[in-house]
Design a protein around this ligand. Structure first.
Ligand code: ZN
Length: 391
C-alpha cells in the first residue's frame, strides 16, 4: 500500500445571498485593492453592478476582458490591468473561463516571463513567489474551477490547451450563491451540468485510490440525477416568459452548484478519456467544453464499461436503484443528455469523419487519459470518436 494525500481545504460559504458577504470576506482575507475579473457578458448583468456596489469602501477595479475559451492574450491584458491598479488580490466572478484567467493573472502578478513557462510538468521557471489571494464567486454549475488548483489556458494561435497548476492558485474563499444562477439560459445550464457529471463519473473511475473523492463523486452523481433536468426545465420556462416557482428553482440550482464543486473536488484524483476527447474538440472546433464532454460521454463510457463493471454498477444504482448492470448508467446518460437538449452525436454537432484524424492526434497527447481506468491507444481514440459520430 502506498502513501497518498487527501486535500479538501477550501472555505465555502454556500446559499442564497452568499455573495452579499463579499466586503467582509475581503477584509478577512486582507485584500484592500481588489481587481474583479469577469467576462464581457457578466459585466453587463444588473447583479454584477450590485457586486461592484458592495465594494464602495475598497479601491476596486474591474477587468472584463474574458470571453470564449480563455487564451494567453486575455491573461496578459489582465496582468497589465492588475499591475496598473497595484491590486493586492482578485475577486473572480463567473464560470470556468474567468476563474481560470483570474488564477493565471494571480500567478503572473509576481512571476516574470510567459504564462507557459509555468506549465504543469513542463515548466521552465519555478513558482517560488507568493501568489495573491483569490475570492471566487461562481456563476455556473459546471467546471467547479472555484475549488480547483489549476487553470486551463489556450495558446492564441494553436488553441492548444495548457494546464497551470499550483496549490496557491486555490481560491481562499468561495461565495457560492445559487441565486446568481437563476438567469442562466437552458443551453449553458445543460452543457455545464454535463461537464460536472463528466467530472464526477471520470473521477470515480480514475485510477488510483482516494475513497474520500469516490464518496464525494457518488453523492455528486446523485445530485445531478435529482437536479439537472429541473434546472434546464426552469431555464426553459424563464425563456418562455413564465415565472417558475422560485423556491423550487433555487433548490435545483443549489443542487447543481454543489454537484459542480463536488466534481472538481473529486477530480483531484484524475479524469479520463472523455476529457481528452473533449479537449481535442475545443482545440480543433472551438466546441464549448461542457458540450464536448456531454456529446462524448456515452461513447467514452461504452469504451470503459468492461474495465470497471463493478464501479459502473455502483454508479448505475445511484441513478436507478433497480439497475442490474453498469449499462444502465450509460442508458441513463443518453436519456439525460436528450432530455436537456444536447446534440445526440458528433454529426449533430457539425463534426464530420474528416476531422477524426486531427482530433485523435490532439487527444492522444492530452494529459487526462493516463488516469483512465483502461489504457487508451490511437486505435481506441479512432473507435471512440467514430462511435460518437454515429451515435
Ligand atoms: Zn471538464
Amino acid at each position: 500500500m502506498s502513501l497518498t494525500t487527501y486535500n479538501f481545504p477550501t472555505k465555502i460559504r454556500f446559499g442564497p445571498g452568499a455573495c452579499a458577504e463579499l466586503a467582509e470576506t475581503l477584509k478577512d482575507t486582507g485584500i484592500q485593492r481588489p481587481m474583479l475579473v469577469t467576462d464581457k457578458d457578466i459585466a453587463e448583468l444588473p447583479w454584477f453592478s450590485r457586486i461592484e456596489g458592495l465594494l464602495k469602501d475598497f479601491d476596486a477595479q474591474t477587468f472584463n476582458g474574458v470571453w470564449g475559451n480563455p487564451v494567453v492574450s486575455q491573461v496578459e491584458a489582465g496582468v497589465a490591468a492588475y499591475q496598473q491598479h497595484s491590486a493586492d488580490g482578485i475577486v473572480a466572478v463567473g464560470g470556468g473561463a474567468p476563474m481560470d484567467v483570474a488564477k493565471a493573472i494571480a500567478l503572473l502578478a509576481n512571476h516574470p516571463g510567459h504564462l507557459f513557462d509555468y506549465q504543469d510538468e513542463a515548466s521552465t521557471r519555478p513558482i517560488d513567489q507568493p501568489i495573491p489571494p483569490i475570492v471566487a464567486i461562481p456563476t455556473t454549475a459546471g467546471t467547479g474551477s472555484e475549488v480547483g488548483r489549476s487553470a486551463v489556458i489556450s495558446d492564441d494561435e494553436t488553441h492548444a490547451k495548457k494546464i497551470i497548476f499550483d496549490p496557491q492558485l486555490l481560491p481562499k474563499v468561495v461565495l457560492a450563491d445559487p441565486k446568481l444562477l437563476l438567469g442562466l439560459p437552458a443551453g449553458i445550464t445543460a452543457a455545464t451540468g454535463m461537464d460536472a457529471l463528466t467530472h464526477l463519473i471520470e473521477a470515480f473511475l480514475a485510477k488510483g485510490s482516494n475513497p474520500l473523492c469516490d464518496g464525494i463523486a457518488l453523492e455528486g452523481i446523485y445530485l445531478v440525477s435529482q437536479h439537472l433536468k429541473d434546472s434546464v426545465s426552469f431555464a426553459r420556462q424563464m425563456a418562455a416568459g413564465e415565472s417558475p416557482d422560485q423556491a423550487a428553482h433555487l433548490r435545483a440550482r443549489a443542487g447543481m452548484l454543489n454537484a459542480s464543486m463536488m466534481g472538481a473536488i473529486a477530480f483531484q484524483k484524475g479524469l479520463g478519456v472523455t476529457h481528452s476527447c473533449a479537449h481535442a474538440l475545443s482545440t480543433i472546433h472551438n466546441t464549448h467544453h461542457g458540450l464536448a464532454n456531454g456529446v462524448m460521454l456515452p461513447a467514452a463510457m461504452r469504451f470503459n464499461l468492461e474495465a470497471a463493471p463493478d464501479k459502473f454498477l455502483r454508479m448505475a444504482r445511484i441513478v436507478e436503484p433497480a439497475a442490474k448492470s453498469g449499462e444502465a448508467l450509460i442508458d441513463w446518460i443518453v436519456e439525460l443528455s436528450q432530455a436537456v437538449g444536447l446534440p445526440s452525436s458528433l454529426h449533430a454537432l457539425g463534426v464530420s469523419e474528416d476531422s477524426v484524424e486531427k482530433l485523435v492526434g490532439v487527444a492522444i497527447a492530452d494529459a487526462c487519459h493516463p488516469f483512465n481506468p483502461k489504457p487508451v491507444n490511437k486505435e481506441d481514440f479512432y473507435a471512440i470518436y467514430r462511435d460518437a459520430l454515429a451515435a
